[in-house]
Design a protein around this ligand. Structure first.
Ligand SMILES: NC(=O)c1ccc[n+]([C@@H]2O[C@H](COP(=O)([O-])OP(=O)(O)OC[C@H]3O[C@@H](n4cnc5c(N)ncnc54)[C@H](OP(=O)(O)O)[C@@H]3O)[C@@H](O)[C@H]2O)c1
Length: 252
């Protein structure tokens, strides 16, 4: 996720490569970024002391170790953005022991191509800082500012949602091959059709059922297929899957 954000920032030209520092313990895997001019280091403390915005993109169990590694150098003018799943803003502030602006961001992997859906929540930030972080993620896709209590729901719908969509597209490819296409053509048709359907909703602000009405001729093939999918539990299985993912986060 950290490298995907760096790639997105480079592609969008939001900032210069030389203004980005990416840290990880094993920096050998960051060669592609360093060749493009991004600074790479395993020294978190040095990276934080030379930066203004810190994006924390580690696994939840690594948070406390990483926060400790730069705790002595972080100060109230820093802005910390955590993309870590399930770690509360309050826990980060308590761990640091200083009152600094902390954002939680829940992007998805499409951030690498500037097509993320990112949900943001914030505590103790000035309006200019909120505007800046909003702008940063807006260059990497779309942004919704949400209450922190909705972050688990945002994780499911926005981040796990990429996997659900992929499985939907994969099923279309499988079906497409069964009805005559080779895999490459079926993949292109399935992915572009889903992209176009999503763009219709985003650009026109219409409801999915309005768009479905335009495609379903009475007694036609679309409604016959759709109704069969519903008889087989299509919408219900998706809703149950979303609720199961959510319960897994909330109840463990
Ligand atoms: N994948 C998604 O779709 C998605 C979406 C939204 C949010 N998230 C959240 O984003 C976070 C990162 O996810 P991910 O999939 O990118 O995990 P990941 O691939 O394991 O990346 C974590 C990175 O942290 C580095 N790291 C670990 N300890 C470090 C330390 N002490 N100092 C510096 N770097 C350190 C690791 O590199 P080294 O081992 O080399 O140090 C690794 O590159 C998670 O909390 C996840 O829940 C993920």
């Amino acid at each position: 996720m950290g490298t995907a954000i760096a790639e997105g920032l480079l592609k969008s030209k939001f900032c210069k490569a030389a203004d980005i520092v990416v840290t990880k313990r094993n920096t050998t895997t960051l060669q592609a970024l360093s060749q493009r001019g991004v600074k790479t280091t395993s020294d978190n403390s040095e990276a934080v002391s030379k930066s203004e915005i810190i994006i924390l993109a580690v696994k939840p169990y690594q948070v406390s170790e990483v926060l400790n590694s730069f705790k002595p150098v972080i100060h109230s003018k820093h802005v910390l953005v955590s993309v870590v799943t399930g770690v509360l803003i309050k826990d980060i502030q308590d761990s640091i022991g200083k009152k600094i602006p902390v954002f939680r961001a829940m992007p998805n992997t499409a951030i690498a191509i500037q097509q993320s859906m990112t949900c943001l929540s914030v505590t103790d930030a000035a309006s200019a800082q909120i505007a800046f972080v909003n702008k940063l993620f807006s260059t990497l896709g779309k942004v919704a500012v949400i209450d922190e209590k909705l972050m688990d729901a945002a994780t499911v719908l926005g981040a796990c949602g990429t996997a659900y969509a992929m499985r939907y597209i994969r099923a279309n490819i499988q079906g497409g091959i069964e009805i005559g296409f080779d895999a490459a053509t079926a993949s292109l048709i399935a992915a572009q059709t889903v992209k176009g359907a999503a763009e219709l909703l985003l650009e026109k602000g219409s409801h999915p059922e309005q768009e479905i009405d335009k495609v379903t001729t009475p007694k036609g093939c679309t409604i016959a297929g759709l109704n069969e999918m519903e008889h087989q539990g299509f919408s219900s299985s998706l809703i149950k899957g979303i609720a199961t993912s959510y319960n897994k986060i909330v109840k463990g």
